[in-house]
Design a protein around this ligand. Sequence first.
Ligand code: TXA
Ligand code: MG
Length: 302
Amino acid sequence: MEEEETIFSKAVELLKNGNVVAFPTETVYGLGASVFCEEAIQKIFSIKRRPSDNPLIVHISHVEDVKKLAVDIPKAFYLLSEVFWPGPLTVVLKKHPSVPALASAGQPSIAVRMPAHPLALRLIEAVGEPLVAPSANLSGRPSPTSSADVREDLKDLVPLILEGGECLIGIESTVISLLGPDPVILRPGAVTLEQLEAALGMPVRLAREKDPIASPGMRHRHYAPRAKVHLAFRSEEIRPSSSHIISSEPLESALVFNRRNFYARLREADRLGASEITIYCGPSVQKDAGLMNRIVRSAGLL
Ligand code: TXA
Ligand code: MG
């Protein structure tokens, strides 16, 4: 217990002194840096080998902190934060001029989220400043949902990884933009379009791939294992030659996956040296827009 506290204090010191720290959230593990420290933000981009045009999400522990990060905040923001925060929803707003351009990769907007993991909230609170945090993986790899996953990608590259157990959600937050007259989902996730419409009392649209407004991050290769991924939507489509099968439904010779362990299953297949993975998407995942988005991307189809 005492050791945990010592590690936590060290994490706070590192973040206050321009370093990066990996920490758990309820969605995936994040690689954090103080939003007002450009040197530390630069470290995030180089450690992850993240394309410099891909903006970061800023994590806060109190709703009022949004005022340090954004201006012209619409009423819709408060409707959403009231219902979904802390939780797996990121809201894109007009950026406050004092937020370094590096955090938003030069965009005039800024993405903000209040995570639901108690350790993440405590960390932000103790550092006293919002933390930018992309997923704590090497760019293009499946996001990490345990500290072991973070170590697999970043062991020698980050000074500290906070232990917070396995992530409960398992895929990254839903990202919604409130920049235009109509709210637009830039990245689907655990918070659904229907839930967002109910909270806002107005229609919400899903960004199309070619939309100029779409999340810059969605343009890059994402969530992919090293193995080639083949998708099957009916059991007849499962290739008998496939060395590794993961399935949303119980199936002989397949490992079952769900939203929470999907990325872990991809990493597992890579560790086993699988050259081809078949993902069988049965009825239970076809309804999950967030998970389907990651599945299709892991196959390089989006
Ligand atoms: O659940 C999550 O959101 C996790 C945890 C750590 O909080 N974070 C995460 O960060 O997934 P990252 O960097 O892997 O993904 C951020 C996504 C990217 O698709 C990026 O393009 C989009 O959010 N984004 C960030 N700022 C944006 C902005 N100003 N406008 C549009 N999209 C933005
Ligand atoms: Mg990511």
